[in-house]
Design a protein around this ligand. Structure first.
Ligand SMILES: [Zn+2]
Length: 313
């Protein structure tokens, strides 16, 4: 500050001198209060590689494009799922992905097409498709989870196929990725043999419909395998692109229970992939370093037993 003040020449008009001093003050103040961005590895725990991104031949986001975006963003592991499953299977089998040091954790998507979004919970052919996919596996080894699935009416968590899939997830140690409201979390958990005490469920958007922080806290306390994924979560961000105080307190209370994700559900999310990840790095940088590392990487890696990433290539 003392050095900077020297460049304010005495013949400057007083107003300019004042402006310069204010600017210098803000630079110094800003540097002291804004933590640096988190710079470690990222685990993208909610990624889609749908057919409109790339249909296997043409498309705006072929594997080379999405891989370049992951590398530019420091993303070293992804939960991959897609409509239909061919997209994530392609990523899982691609030598370039492995060579880049990006670990693919494949999930079976329940959707062959858009029509499946609204009826999967009662559609036996989807249950059969899931079993067939699980039997086949992927180029990155066995599938590790089921989803993302949606429930627009939480009562459908009690649909016959939803019940069977939740039981299957617990029996085969498959992680569930679910975009549902808080009422559906209770219903889905009740449909597992352990009543939600042994299954792992990544809660996409951690209550996008606006479940209160207190309600999320209560569910976290009730189900030890509930993991909150934070894309699109309303109320998360406050001034300076940092976490709002209530969310910051919740992440500090459950540092091992939150993950981040891109949710590339439409191509626009791929176009902004790097800036989405930059946004996470900004608020992660405002957390204590050990908590930031857990939310960014350790929690996702731990869920699937991934080793620490090798130095980026
Ligand atoms: Zn999604």
């Amino acid at each position: 500050m003392a050095h900077a003040a020297l460049v304010v020449r005495p013949f400057w008009p007083l107003a300019l001198v004042h402006k310069a001093l204010v600017a210098i003050f803000f630079v110094a103040f800003g540097a002291a209060t804004h933590a640096a961005d988190y710079t470690g590895p990222l685990f993208d725990a909610h990624l889609h590689y749908n057919e409109e991104a790339w249909d296997g031949k043409t498309g705006p986001h072929p594997p080379s494009d999405v891989l370049a975006r992951m590398k530019a963003s420091g993303v070293r592991a992804i939960v991959a799922n897609s409509r239909p499953n061919t997209g994530s299977l392609a990523l899982a089998a691609l030598p370039e992905v492995r060579a880049a040091g990006v670990a693919v954790v494949p999930f079976v998507r329940l959707y062959r097409n858009r029509a499946d979004y609204t009826g999967w919970f009662a559609d036996e052919t989807i249950y059969d498709m899931v079993l067939a996919e699980l039997a086949k596996g992927t180029g990155s080894g066995p599938y590790r989870g089921i989803g993302e699935f949606h429930l627009y009416d939480s009562a459908n968590a009690d649909g016959p196929v939803a019940k069977k899939l939740m039981a299957l997830a617990e029996q085969r140690s498959l992680v569930v990725l679910a975009h549902v409201d808080d009422a559906a979390i209770d219903l889905l958990m009740a449909n597992t043999p352990s009543k939600g005490q042994k299954v792992s469920l990544i809660w996409a958007h951690t209550g996008i419909g606006g479940a209160s922080v207190e309600r999320v806290d209560a569910l976290m306390g009730r189900y030890p395998g509930l993991v909150g994924e934070l894309s699109y979560r309303p109320g998360l961000g406050c001034d300076g692109e940092q976490l709002c105080p209530a969310w910051r307190a919740l992440l500090l209370k459950y540092p091992t229970r939150f993950v981040i994700g891109s949710d590339t559900w439409v191509n626009q999310r791929w176009q902004y992939y790097e800036s989405l990840m930059k946004g996470y790095r900004t608020w992660l940088g405002g957390l204590p370093a050990d908590v930031a590392r857990k939310v960014a990487w350790d929690n996702g890696a731990g869920l699937f037993g991934l080793p620490a990433p090798a130095p980026a290539r």
